[in-house]
Write a protein that binds this ligand. Structure first.
Ligand code: CMC
Length: 392
């Protein structure tokens, strides 16, 4: 049909122009608004990166405090909202609760829900950024059967999240600084990744004129899949399975290479990176820093290191240019920080939120934006008649 071409998974289709994130997959380069991810990882905090993604620049002195104050002012959950999170049966996967909670947040922010009004959109954006940590922390505590911990406006963004999640130990001002630094770095490394599946979803939903709450909730659902953000949970489950299987790594790798088995090495491979994923390098360094501390050793980390080495020397992975991605080493760190495996993808969502928001804003301001509406190549039956069905 004329100019329509088929491109499953949109691997060759640019859906928009974007100023936010640059990726060179062949060279393993990732930059947020021009800044290399390695520099941001070492020299910027997650909150500074949120400012960079949302407002276009790293904050100047004074701007960061003002931005942090805007978030702190809105960090408590709206009155009555706790009931939404607490309504789910015990054992509900945290990503189900997270998506439902963000969708429901719109009902508690009706005064900020008009996606055509600049001021309302700005307030909704800050509300989402400010309140997602409290939602995530409450999900963690509710699913663990623990009493919730209130937001503490004296703490910084990431420290406040950790405090609401794990609670404060008597006599301490906030969470362990190494833990806070690790969490901050992981959030920074997840903050944006151009048109990945969840961000594309946010844009697709936003293109219909839906609210930022509805768009982000849709993004969270897209993230939950094991080929996307759900991979961080799947990696840990894979490592546990290998640990408990006779034959260990070798048997598992043979299974992956047996195309009939449909088994994938989770945390490996990427649509865009065909060299290495620069985020994975930073995360591996962090895992080494955290897990090489006295008493912090985790046999699953040693297993992951061996698995990576084994895969990278196997022609199956070399020929297909499959390298560890962002999800390969995050799980062992989250585990060391005290998160349950099912919470891992919620942490990815917390990190990716500023990216989703930045893209939603960019879409809204882009004069080229049209409702997302791909075409198809029809392969079903030609016209037939209902009356003739018995003779078919
Ligand atoms: N294990 C084994 N084989 C793989 C893997 C893997 N992890 N990834 C790709 N392949 C093979 C695939 O079978 C295909 O082989 P062949 O050409 O012989 O049929 C070839 O490599 C190309 O793969 P593809 O499926 O066409 O690649 P894609 O760009 O459509 O998929 C991916 C990218 C990330 C979904 C895929 O690599 C994958 O499933 N990885 C495992 C899940 C994972 O770790 N996801 C996280 C992605 S990164 C962060 C995020 O988005 O959350």
């Amino acid at each position: 049909t004329g100019l329509v071409t088929i491109d499953p998974g949109f691997g060759n289709t640019a859906a928009c122009r974007s100023d936010i994130t640059y990726i060179d997959g062949a060279a393993g380069i990732l930059r947020y608004r021009g800044y290399p991810i390695e520099e941001l990882a070492q020299q910027a905090t997650f909150l500074e990166v949120c400012h960079l993604l949302l407002r276009g620049e790293l904050p100047k002195p004074g701007q960061l405090d003002a931005f942090a104050a805007e978030l702190t002012a809105q960090s408590a959950l709206p009155e009555g909202f706790e009931r939404v999170i607490d309504a789910f049966p015990s054992g509900t996967h945290p990503m189900i609760t997270l998506a439902a909670a963000v969708n429901a947040l719109a009902a508690f922010h009706t005064e900020n829900a008009d996606p055509t009004d600049d001021d309302q959109v700005e307030r909704a954006t800050i509300a989402l950024l400010a309140q997602l940590p409290a939602i995530a922390a409450r999900i963690h505590r509710t699913s663990a059967g623990l009493e919730p911990v209130a937001t503490d406006s004296s703490l910084a963004y990431v420290e406040n999240f950790l405090n609401m999640t794990f609670g404060k130990t008597e006599g301490e001002k906030g969470p362990d600084p190494l833990l806070a630094k690790a969490m901050d770095l992981l959030l920074t490394l997840h903050a944006d990744h151009e048109l990945n599946c969840s961000t594309s979803t946010v844009r697709v939903v936003g293109s219909s004129g839906a609210t930022v709450f509805a768009s982000v909730a849709a993004g969270i659902n897209a993230l939950s899949g094991p080929l996307h953000g759900g991979a961080n949970q799947a990696v840990l489950e894979m490592l546990e399975q290998i640990q408990n299987t006779e034959g260990g790594i070798d048997t598992f790798i043979e299974q992956v290479k047996d195309r009939e088995s449909k088994t994938r090495l989770m945390g490996f491979g990427h649509r865009v990176y065909k060299n290495f994923d620069p985020r994975s390098r930073e995360i591996k360094k962090l895992a080494q820093e955290i897990l090489n501390q006295p008493g912090a050793n985790d046999p699953l980390f040693d297993l992951a290191l061996q698995l990576e080495e084994r895969a990278l020397s196997d022609s199956y992975f070399v020929d297909r240019k499959l390298y560890p991605n962002v999800d390969f080493y995050t799980g062992v760190i989250y585990r060391a920080l005290g998160f349950s495996t099912e919470m891992f993808t919620v942490l990815f969502a917390l990190g990716r939120l500023p990216g989703w928001l930045a893209h939603w804003h960019e879409l809204r301001k882009d004069p080229d934006t049209r409702i997302a509406r791909p075409r198809q190549l029809y392969t079903g039956p030609a016209q037939r008649s209902v009356a003739a069905r018995d003779n078919a």
